[in-house]
Design a protein around this ligand. Structure first.
Ligand SMILES: *[C@@H]1O[C@H](CO)[C@@H](O)[C@H](O)[C@H]1NC(C)=O
Ligand SMILES: *[C@@H]1O[C@H](CO)[C@@H](O)[C@H](O)[C@H]1NC(C)=O
Ligand SMILES: *[C@@H]1O[C@H](CO)[C@@H](O)[C@H](O)[C@H]1NC(C)=O
Length: 617
């Protein structure tokens, strides 16, 4: 990565916010702009970040009560649908699963939950029936909201069928889900899918709304009441239900949105993410709506019907602030400058990236070609767990370096630790951790506070551990280098290798599986899978197809293996641990193996090199 050159855009408008040394004072001022039914009684931010001193907890504005929906907007349809949910027996604190494409009804459904104090758990519509079922059961949802179908490019996805399949799986596991409310007409009119209908459990969105009152008194929620659960891959295979709570999350997403995008009343903001991911929660729904921002809600692909799609929309709506992922930038970059330059893009003022560190080459293209050197780039680092941006430049205020998320947001205190947990000073590289909470940080893993503590706080007592590696340069800039544990980032989405492996091993032919990332020019990483078959089973292309299908069904299309290699043996340490480091070398055909003294049987490695797959399956 080139560290050298600093980029500084002409100062546009500096965010009107004073940096204060005391986070509680700073956030207390922010809170004054919101509506509180009752005032907080305890400390503004009360916490324990040190596992050695007792249970980990973070509380923001305890004793205060509010309602996010009320703070965001008071739109009729939202109230109507909130009344529908109530009529279905959904109460404050109940979990509601939402499995929908990027349609307005998705936002309505999430805010209707919020209005009545129910906790939404949105499952990305690209996930399989199995994944949906697992998430419904884990969060004990009482209701599922879905849609009939949608198009991904030219391909029709019959979402209702997948939802039915998921509910059947839940029933098979003995888990009852009350009803399946299906958003029907608006999507259906366009898609024309014939959905199977079971009158005992299925309800039609439009029919439900008929004649329903458009008034719904918001449910006033305590600051630390749960707001939503969002699942993220866990390194042990089972997804983690990250839980965010009402007040802190509201203040944090509203403020980061306002400052990081330098939000102004005449802006037209467009974030291309899906609401199924945290980016869509924080920076399509909550942050922008809390600021009354005008937003573009996009359903579709950046390359469909052609690769100018993004820029066509930018011109059509005069988009001023544009937020997308490095994987989309790399994808579009492949088609050269012409598709971009076909449109004016003169309305653009700030460009943002999210999802993974952006490689400097893509940064340069985004800056020079898309933004024509006039638009600052906000390269935002954050996670599902952090709720909002934690490392980020402020547009036109922070000098940029391509590939660096630059500096912490107000009140965020990062540190870099070495392997033994000591804080490193100055230029250094190690584990990225945070020393104190900010209002929007996650509070627990739903159903397992113990897993929350062991995942994020046990490794280095006193710190929140991000799981990412990081380098700090001589100017104090942070460069996030990637996951330290065994995660893959495919197109900016974190996948756990363990989850893919367990999907492979569930196939009757497979005895053992190990999955590693292999660099991919567009997706960032591709999935390279090694499978050891059961005795007597023959490896062939049919099996390969079955395995791919198996993973796709278990986890979703995003996790489809790119390479599958038959591995009669896997490199293991003497204690039986798979040496993934060596598998990564094999996947990339790198013969420099480094220290292999712990390897139990070195002939295995030679054999795997000889049978590498060179082309994707
Ligand atoms: C976008 O800006 C152009 C030029 O300033 C203007 O003519 C057009 O009406 C605007 N479009 C919208 C949708 O506001
Ligand atoms: C980092 O770790 C090593 C031991 O692993 C220790 O000796 C060293 O002093 C640590 N601290 C710093 C600040 O480098
Ligand atoms: C994600 O992938 C990029 C390459 O596309 C890599 O540089 C980076 O280390 C990864 N980031 C994370 C957070 O895993």
């Amino acid at each position: 990565m080139s560290v050298g050159k600093m980029f500084m855009c002409k100062l546009m408008r500096l965010p009107l916010i004073a940096l204060t040394s005391c986070p509680a004072e700073f956030w207390g001022d922010v809170a004054k702009d919101f509506f509180w039914k009752t005032k907080h009684t305890g400390q503004f931010l009360d916490y324990n970040f040190d596992v050695t001193k007792g249970e980990i907890y973070i509380k923001c504005m305890e004793g205060a009560s509010t309602n996010i929906c009320y703070n965001l907007l008071d739109r009729n349809r939202v109230c109507q649908f909130a009344n529908v949910l109530k009529a279905q027996g959904v109460k404050k604190g109940d979990r509601v699963s939402i499995y929908m494409p990027m349609v307005v009804e998705l936002v309505v459904a999430m805010l209707a939950c919020v209005r009545i104090g129910a906790v939404h758990s949105i499952v990305f519509a690209g996930f399989s029936a199995e994944s949906l079922c697992e998430r419904i059961v884990d969060s004990q949802c009482c209701l599922l909201i879905t849609a009939d179908g949608f198009y991904r490019g030219d391909k029709l996805i019959n979402l209702k069928l997948l939802a039915d399949e998921a509910l059947q799986k839940c029933r098979d596991k003995g888990f009852p889900v009350g009803v399946c409310v299906c958003v029907c007409v608006c999507v259906c009119a366009r898609v024309c899918v014939q959905v199977p209908w079971n009158p005992e459990v299925d309800l039609c969105w439009d029919a439900l709304l008929r004649g329903v009152s458009d008034e719904c008194e918001p449910e006033w929620c305590d600051s630390e009441d749960p707001l939503f659960i969002l699942y993220t891959s866990g390194s042990t295979g089972k997804p983690k239900g990250v839980l965010h709570t009402v007040s802190g999350y509201m203040l944090y997403t509203a403020t980061t949105f306002k400052v990081v995008f330098d939000h102004q009343p005449d802006d037209v903001y467009w974030c291309t993410a899906d609401i199924g991911w945290i980016t869509g929660h924080s920076y399509i729904t909550y942050g922008p709506l809390a600021n009354g921002a005008t937003s573009v809600l996009f359903e579709g692909l950046p390359t469909h019907p052609d690769v100018s799609r993004m820029w066509e929309i930018v011109d059509k709506y005069n988009v001023t602030k544009f937020y997308t992922a490095p994987t989309a930038i790399r994808l579009l970059m492949k088609f050269g400058n012409e598709p971009v330059q076909r449109y004016k893009r003169s309305s653009l003022k700030v460009l943002g990236t999210v999802g993974e560190p952006i490689n400097p080459e893509a940064w340069q293209w985004y800056y020079n070609v898309v933004g024509e050197k006039r638009c600052p780039i906000v390269d935002t680092f954050w996670q599902t767990e952090t709720g909002g941006h934690v490392l980020t430049p402020l547009p036109a205020a922070t000098p940029m370096k391509p590939g660096s998320a630059t500096l912490p947001f107000f009140g965020v205190v990062p540190a870099i630790l070495n392997e033994s947990g000591e804080e490193l000073e100055g230029p250094s590289e190690g584990y990225l951790v945070f020393k104190q909470p900010w209002p929007g940080v996650m509070r627990t893993i739903y159903g397992s506070h113990e897993r929350f503590e062991s995942t994020y706080f046990k490794k280095f007592p006193g710190y929140y551990v991000t799981g990412d590696g990081c380098r700090r340069d001589k100017d104090g800039y942070f460069w996030v280098t990637g996951r330290i544990d065994d995660m893959l980032n495919v197109s900016g989405h974190l996948l756990s290798t363990a989850e893919v492996e367990s999907a492979l091993v569930e196939h009757e032919a497979v005895a053992e599986a190990a999955v590693v990332g292999r660099p991919h020019p567009v997706k960032g990483e591709s999935l390279y899978c090694f499978v050891t078959l059961n005795d007597g089973v023959m490896y062939n292309s049919e099996l390969e197809v079955e395995l791919k299908k198996q993973v796709r069904e278990k986890i979703g299309a995003i996790a489809t293996p790119d390479y599958i290699q038959n591995a009669p043996g896997l490199p293991k340490t003497r204690s039986g641990k798979i040496m993934r480091r060596l598998l990564r070398k094999i996947a990339c055909d790198e013969r420099e193996l480094g220290d292999i003294s712990t390897l139990a049987d070195s002939t295995v490695v030679e054999q795997l090199f000889q049978n590498r797959c060179c082309t994707a399956v």
